[in-house]
Design a protein around this ligand. Structure first.
Ligand code: GLN
Length: 481
């Protein structure tokens, strides 16, 4: 029989429901797999093996006795370290939250548990989700790309991506503020979805930039993404930015038929810096969409070039405000030597935050300061609107938009990129966050032994369209190989 860990979440779920496998067997196989592989890969920062096995046995008992079970019954799932869960380490990979354990479950965690999923542990990330490499984590381990251990997995949800890519779980949850789900998905050869702003509750997600952050799933297939989206989507009284929009059954849209679908290709995304290997995969993917009967239409999103600078004003501004709550008093790390309250704040924060987080706090407070708020923060808000309008106009003409995910494949761990070079890695993923629209990264091919993804963007709450197109694409390329 095929190895358990190679199956999809959907297949696992079916086998557990049909009693071909027990959840206990699946969870045991997954923990064995983690033991064998995680020293090398470094996906996980904490595991909950005992609790997971007990929960798996309970799911098995329910199934044996014919009780109703949820739609992810018995399926092992991993969570990014910036989502809180009750009584468990929830540290956002930061020293400032050293020793902190959640005192409630994030809404997504609650929903997964209600669907009888088995949460297996927390995954590594860049500190407070700021980064593209998973190298700014406070945890000692390095998270490595399973395709080439000398390369980065991407970030900030690097551990979430590698946990699926290295077959250590079937679905994982990450967060995406400017690309942190889609970029590591592309680097690691898995599917990753950033949903529409407001589709999924952020209650219990540690805030980085609240007007951009979204939680989303990683999985092996688009179908598994749809399966998990069905569970974690929907309005939540605890998150006023979540929206009362009906959650369809996303699986219903995976028909494989995209004849006549209008796919826009923005000319601004095909820049000079695009790696030729990536370009080749992207061009071939477009041909596949054509062969499926989609209509390819060139479009223009004229303000694209302002997206990265706009993001790197707005995201740090929001971060500097969100991170003000970490004062050394209420949570985590507190300095041991302070003579007065000011010193306590200053020392706790200086010791507790890493360089990249400090850099963002400094940029953020600067662009919000009295003399500069009009020139930077307010200006960036206006440009954000122009970027949003570009998409609105494009979606009058097309159903979805097709782009590369990143300018190049995963880079080497020892390749020292400057902060600004790293910021420019995000140029293709940031616009969707600024516009609040959904985006998915889907494996499309390889270059020099490394996976390359393509990105599909949809209208707000148009997850069904990108899932439909992504699934059709995935089926088409599977047939070819
Ligand atoms: N790489 C981007 C940044 O450093 C995006 C991070 C994210 O989406 N959380 O801000």
């Amino acid at each position: 029989m095929e190895k358990i860990y190679n199956l999809t979440a959907f297949e696992i779920r079916e086998k557990i429901l049909n009693k071909e496998l027990t959840s206990e067997e699946v969870v045991t196989a997954i923990f064995n797999r983690i033991e064998e592989t995680d020293k090398e890969i470094g996906s996980f920062v904490s595991l909950r093996k005992e609790k997971a096995l007990l929960e798996a046995k309970e799911v098995d008992r329910k199934i044996r006795s014919g009780e109703k079970v949820g739609s992810l019954a018995g399926v092992p799932i991993a969570i990014k370290d910036n989502m809180v869960s009750i009584g468990e380490p929830s540290q956002s990979a930061s020293k400032i939250l050293e020793g902190y354990e959640g005192i409630y479950d994030a809404t997504v965690v609650k929903k997964l548990k209600a669907a009888d999923a088995i949460i297996i542990g927390k995954t590594n990330m860049d500190e407070f989700a700021m980064g593209s490499t998973t190298t700014t984590s406070v945890y000692k381990q390095t998270t490595r790309n399973p395709w080439d251990l000398e390369r980065v997995p991407g970030g900030s949800s690097g551990g979430a991506a590698t946990s699926v890519a290295a077959r250590q779980c079937f679905i994982s949850l990450g967060s995406d503020t400017g690309g942190s789900i889609r970029q590591p998905a592309s680097f690691c050869g898995v599917v990753g979805l950033k949903p529409t702003y407001g589709r999924i509750s952020r209650y219990g997600l540690m805030a980085f930039a609240s007007s951009l952050d979204q939680i989303g799933p990683f999985a092996k297939t688009v179908k598994d993404i749809a399966l998990s989206l069905n569970v974690i989507s929907g309005a939540d009284d605890y998150d006023s930015t979540s929206e009362e929009v009906k959650v369809p059954n996303y699986l219903d849209y995976l028909t494989g038929d995209i004849k006549g679908m209008k796919i826009g290709v923005p000319k601004e995304y095909f820049i000079e810096g695009l790696n030729p290997g990536v370009k080749k995969v992207v061009d071939e993917a477009l041909e596949t969409f054509k062969s499926l009967g989609a209509e390819i239409i060139e479009i223009s999103l004229p303000h694209t070039k302002y997206a990265a600078p706009t993001y790197y004003v707005l995201a740090p501004a929001e971060a500097s405000s969100n991170l003000a709550r970490f004062d050394g008093i209420r949570y985590g790390h507190r300095t041991i030597d302070a003579n007065n309250i000011d010193e306590l704040y200053i020392k706790s924060r200086s010791e507790g935050f890493g360089d990249e987080v400090k850099r963002r706090i400094m940029i953020g407070t600067y662009v919000l300061s009295a003399g500069f708020v009009d020139a930077y923060f307010k200006k960036a808000q206006k440009v954000r609107n122009l970027i949003k309008n570009d998409f609105n106009e494009a979606f009058d003409k097309v159903d979805i938009i097709f782009t590369p995910v990143t300018p190049g494949p995963a880079f080497r761990l020892d390749e020292k990129k400057s902060p600004v070079e790293l910021y420019l890695e995000d140029i293709f993923t940031i616009p969707a966050n600024l516009a609040g629209i959904p985006g998915i990264s889907i494996p499309a091919g390889m270059t020099e032994g490394l996976p390359v993804g393509i990105q599909l963007l949809g209208r707000a709450f148009g997850e069904k369209d990108i899932l439909k197109a992504g699934d059709a694409f995935e089926k088409a390329i599977k047939e070819r190989v």
